[in-house]
Structure formats: C-alpha cells, structure tokens
Design a protein around this ligand. Structure first.
Ligand SMILES: [Zn+2]
Length: 264
C-alpha cells in the first residue's frame, strides 16, 4: 500500500518507518528496496483485503492523479470483509487499476460490490494486447458522437477476459512509456469498452488520459455509459427495422448530427 498510519496520520513508506494498517490496525513495515517502489506491507503474512494486489509504478502514477484522501479508501462489505478501493471519489466513483491477472470470480465480486466503478487495465502487460488492438481498431465504426465508436466484433480489439463486464473497462496501452508526438492514437488515448451492447454492437469510448482524469474527478461517472449504449442501440435497431445500414448513410448521419447536438 502507498500509505500507512503513523500517530493517526497517513504516511508514505520511507526506510525504517513502522506504521499501522488503516484497514485492520495491524503493524506495517516500510519496504523500500532499490528495485521496487516504496511500499507498506503487513508485518504478518495476513493481508486484510483479500483483493489486494502488489503495486507497480503504473498503479502509483495513476493514483497520484487523484486527491490523497480518495486513494486507498477502505470499505466494508456485509460479511465484514474489508476492501481497499484504489481510488474512490467524493462522487462515489471507484477506480480499480488492474495490472496483474484477476480471476473471473474476483472481477465479478468487485463489480457487484463497488457498482459504480470503472476498471483501468494495464494494456502493456500482455504482449498480444496492443498488436491485437492496433489491427482490430481499424474496424471500429464511427457513431454520431465524436470519440465514440461501435463494433460487432470487440474480440478483435480487446482480450476476451475483459469483454463482457458489467462496468466500463478502459485500456491503457501507453503504460509508463513517455509519449511523444509520433506515438499513434492507439497508445495516446485510453479506450473504454462500455458495458452492454447496442443492438449487438460493443460501444467504445476514446479519451485522452487527462480528459478521463478530469471526468473522474468531477463527475459521478467518467461517461454516461448506459445512456450512450441505450441511445445507440435504439438508433441501430430503428435503422435495421427500416432496412438500412446505420453507418452507411452519410446523409442520415449529417442530418442527425445537426438535429441532435447531444454531446456525451
Ligand atoms: Zn490491514
């Protein structure tokens, strides 16, 4: 963990410090090797949050985008099990930054427990994920809204274990690499797969990192995911019923664009 309590105050790990866990009050020791980022670890073997995973510099960089008081927020479920949300904002939005492998059951439990949450997945850990997205994202179809795309084949873009989630999943293909102008949009933007389908289409939102951070800081949701998917689904269905192809009619899209100036 990034912070432990010393005399009731949150402290980052520094060599030789001893503190207590804000979740379970067990003793914690500061781990400050040269190779790893500074961390607090429970002194005993027991970790109080069964969902906790070791942090990476990538986790830290993301968490630092948010207010200190919003990081590592401790919540208790009905079974009195403790969970430490990576980030929980004042609007009640939980962000979980996922680097390592996570079991389907655990993924589901976290979504059910936090409800208003979004995953941010480190898309650089597995070698296949970025090449798949670089190939696959060309098949994304535009929608009437800027930065929002749809595809009937999300498996061509994203790893299968993240396809059918109940909450938005944003893929970060940049990782910790510094980004310059030459880097493609695949890595410069975050790509969020929204839950549900719009008449069989997966809906994807592309956001710059700073826009995502700003939205997460100031709104109860990063994007109104349900509204977007439902609205788009309605339009796709209407087009299908009338026997025309939604994305293939520029005139219709021009008209729609003018009449519905909605921006999500
Ligand atoms: Zn603890």
């Amino acid at each position: 963990m990034r912070c432990a309590l010393i005399n009731g105050e949150r402290h980052e790990a520094e060599p030789r410090l001893v503190g207590t866990c804000p979740g379970c009050a067990q003793a914690m020791i500061a781990k400050c090797g040269d190779q790893r980022i500074h961390n607090w670890a429970h002194k005993g073997m027991r970790v109080c949050d069964p969902w906790w995973e070791p942090e990476t510099p990538w986790h830290r960089a993301w968490k630092r985008e948010f207010d200190d008081a919003w990081q590592e927020v401790i919540l208790h479920d009905e079974l009195a099990e403790k969970h430490i949300a990576d980030v929980r904002t004042d609007h009640g939005l939980v962000l979980e930054f996922q680097h390592s492998h996570i079991s389907p059951l655990e993924r589901q439990s976290r979504e059910a427990y936090y409800r208003n949450m979004a995953w941010i997945v480190d898309g650089t850990r597995r070698k296949r994920d970025l090449p798949r997205f670089i190939d696959g994202h060309r098949s994304l179809r535009p929608t009437p809204w800027r930065g929002i795309y749809a595809t009937p084949f999300p498996q061509e873009c994203f790893p299968s274990d993240w396809l059918d989630r109940a909450v938005p999943v944003f893929f970060d293909f940049a990782g910790m690499e510094p980004l310059d102008q030459r880097v493609g949009i695949e890595r410069r933007l975050l790509w969020g797969l929204l839950p549900g389908r719009a008449d069989g289409h997966a809906v994807i939102v592309a956001l710059a990192r700073q826009r995502l951070v700003l939205a997460a800081r100031t709104r109860p949701q990063i994007v109104p995911a349900r509204e977007i998917v439902v609205t788009l689904g309605y339009r796709y269905r209407a087009a299908r019923v009338e026997g025309r192809r939604y994305a293939g009619l520029p005139a219709w899209r021009r008209r729609t664009r003018r009449r519905h100036a909605t921006r999500f």
